[in-house]
Design a protein around this ligand. Sequence first.
Ligand SMILES: *[C@@H]1O[C@H](CO)[C@@H](O)[C@H](O)[C@H]1NC(C)=O
Ligand SMILES: *[C@@H]1O[C@H](CO)[C@@H](O)[C@H](O)[C@H]1NC(C)=O
Length: 233
Amino acid sequence: MERHIQIFLNKLSFVSIAIATVTLFFLFLQTPETCVDPTSSSTHPKPHHKFPKSTCEISHRSFTSLEKRNRRLWSTKTWSNTISSYSSIFLSLQTFNFLSNHSKTLVLSAGPGHAVMSLNQLGVADVTGVELIDSPPLVSRADPHNLPFFDNVFDLGFSAHLDLALFPNRYVREMERTVRVGGVCVVVVQECGDGEVKEIVKLFQKSKFVGAKNVTLIGAKMTRIIMKITSPS
Ligand SMILES: *[C@@H]1O[C@H](CO)[C@@H](O)[C@H](O)[C@H]1NC(C)=O
Ligand SMILES: *[C@@H]1O[C@H](CO)[C@@H](O)[C@H](O)[C@H]1NC(C)=O
């Protein structure tokens, strides 16, 4: 009687193990349903598939095609003109010692990464670019209104798109929070008069005004404003 039960239990556990193994195997083979195949979204673009991206999509992205696309983009005339236009702005920051090769630099609303590459080419090694849509390897995905960085970690914060920010107050607050005391925030906005410069300066609650200058960026008349962080976050 007991031997019978023993044999029965042995069979039962063997069957259970077999079922579990097969189940695990199928689970392993299946792609999670939350993953969106990027190739299918290109034929039927759906807005919610474009942003936010799932983490699985990154692993699906072919590295070689990304590299190829970047090489093509970076070799265009428009790209190199834009890089050199940014360079002239950064060179003047270097001249006045607001920027050095060792500056830990944050670029907000970095787009496809012009400013990031420009800084790298000037010799600034530690540059972080963020934008709502990432452009690897130059730009990571992050909301400038809600930066995923600790307080006081950067020496320089740069943005050429403050005037496009949805919530300028919050945008500036995040910039000031992540840049250390003694560091600088540099914003380039559409060319504006002294009154408008004052309005922009007022957004900065922890910094003092250093200077404003009319500059040209990618052929457009702009005003570059420098603020120095004076009180800690
Ligand atoms: C910064 O880096 C660039 C490129 O590596 C180099 O040419 C330049 O001399 C460096 N500047 C300083 C001040 O070290
Ligand atoms: C920039 O140009 C505007 C006129 O286009 C002028 O009102 C303003 O004073 C200039 N700003 C600076 C800092 O020179």
